[in-house]
Ligand binder design. Structure first.
Ligand code: GLY
Length: 406
């Protein structure tokens, strides 16, 4: 079922206005930013920036994610181009694809999926330029090279080079949302090893990260030989045993993508269970606090990005569901979150950049709290583009007709 089918006229108009705003803002910001890439807004509302080349790594203060945002900016330029037809936005995206090209060789992080699936894949889809597919394939090979083969199965290591024991043992829930790069590479090349690694990673994540109530851990440390989970913990959430809403939303997206790529009915059912957990923890405003279990609630910041990512995931579930009634239900849930974001979280002030207010990058690290955050803007816009310009931004693969049931 197409989510677009159930859009009302007023939703269409409201969502189109957001995409108009995006096109305006991208043109203005692009002219001001030079080669720097924005990632979160600071207290003044202005973008904070960093170069595309800043890789991730372990430093004196622990793990530093580096610039995993740069592809999202390019994706937003491309989405704005799809909506407006403005050729200058496409030109800007092409220029910036050259700036991120060296990151396709980056061996340090699972976030290579985020960087290239949000930029090179839509760029290839929109322009037909083969070089962008080659770039995304190079990145997919790097992501596949992060496989850790254990006695219990394989996972994609999250943080740091594989010859660092911390990197080798690390797994994060965010990896689930990096798997689409592997699934795209499998479809593009016919090489099933990309898909098989994604599915293997999803199976280990289902076993090690998902609690009986369908909440998730943010991170897991594995024994890289046996594959046994040593501990579940958090890096960006409130506590090891809390549920970090953005991680839950990444898991919804990633298990939906895994169900689409692998036709594993267990992945689809799990994505639905994760989605139901997310919905059950929301209050009337439909945008979660940054952590569902922060003891400071209600005096705690929200994370609009978690709602945006979950909304995008719910639209994916609507498209994938074999049951029309459940498809309509996921469609309605996704649209309700998008309506709430448009109504209550849209940036309206000229000096506050970005599209969505009140995102939260990392509260424990004090970075991007109560800010526009680039990944929140990206998944919000990706959802709106799926609705208003279906099939124009990124490939939508047909479902495989046969498969396994977990
Ligand atoms: N690194 C993924 C996140 O902050 O959600």
């Amino acid at each position: 079922m197409s989510a677009a089918a159930s859009l009302s006229e007023s939703q269409c108009a409201a969502f189109a206005r957001v995409l108009d705003l995006l096109a305006e803002r991208m043109a203005a910001d692009e002219a001001a930013l030079g080669d720097a890439f924005p990632y979160v807004t600071g207290p003044s509302g202005a973008w904070k920036t960093m170069p595309a080349t800043r890789s991730a790594g372990y430093g004196p203060n622990g793990w530093d994610h580096g610039n995993w945002f740069c592809g999202f900016w390019i994706g937003l330029l491309l989405a704005a181009h799809v909506h407006s037809g403005d050729a200058a936005l496409l030109g800007a995206a092409r220029r910036r694809l050259d700036l991120i090209r060296p990151r396709a060789e980056d061996p340090n992080t699972h976030d290579i999926g985020f960087i290239f699936q949000s930029s090179a894949i839509p760029a290839c889809h929109i322009t037909g330029t083969r070089a962008y597919a080659e770039l995304a394939l190079r990145a997919a090979e790097r992501l596949r090279a992060r496989a850790v083969r254990t006695k219990a199965g394989s996972y994609v290591a999250a943080w740091g080079p594989l010859d660092d024991p911390r990197g080798r043992a690390s797994s994060a829930i965010d990896t689930m949302a990096n798997l689409p790069l592997l699934y795209w590479a499998a479809a593009e090349t016919g090489d099933a090893s990309f898909r098989d690694l994604g599915a293997a990673h999803a199976r280990m994540t289902a076993g090690a990260f998902v609690r009986p109530d369908r909440s998730t851990y943010h991170a897991v440390e594995y024994d890289p030989e046996s594959g046994v989970k040593r501990r579940g913990f958090t890096f960006q959430g409130a506590a090891d045993e809390s549920c970090w809403p953005r991680g839950q939303a990444w898991a919804i997206k990633g298990f939906a993508a895994s169900a689409e790529a692998d036709a594993d009915a267990g992945f689809f059912a799990l994505a639905e269970g994760l989605g139901r957990y997310f919905l059950a923890r929301l209050d009337a405003g439909l945008v979660p606090y940054w952590d569902f279990d922060d003891p400071a609630i209600p005096a705690a910041p929200r994370d609009s990005s978690a709602a945006a990512i979950a909304a995008s995931g719910f639209l994916d579930l609507a498209r994938l569901s074999p049951d029309p009634a459940r498809a309509a239900e996921w469609d309605a849930r996704g649209l309700a979150l998008l309506d709430a974001l448009v109504r209550d979280y849209l940036v309206t002030e000229e000096d506050h950049r970005g599209i969505l207010k009140h995102g939260c990058y990392s509260k424990p690290q004090g970075e991007g709290v109560d800010s526009a955050v680039l990944f929140g803007d990206f998944y919000f816009i990706e959802a709106l583009v799926k609705l208003l310009h279906p099939g124009r931004f990124a490939p939508e693969r047909p479902r495989r007709s046969s498969g396994r049931v977990a």
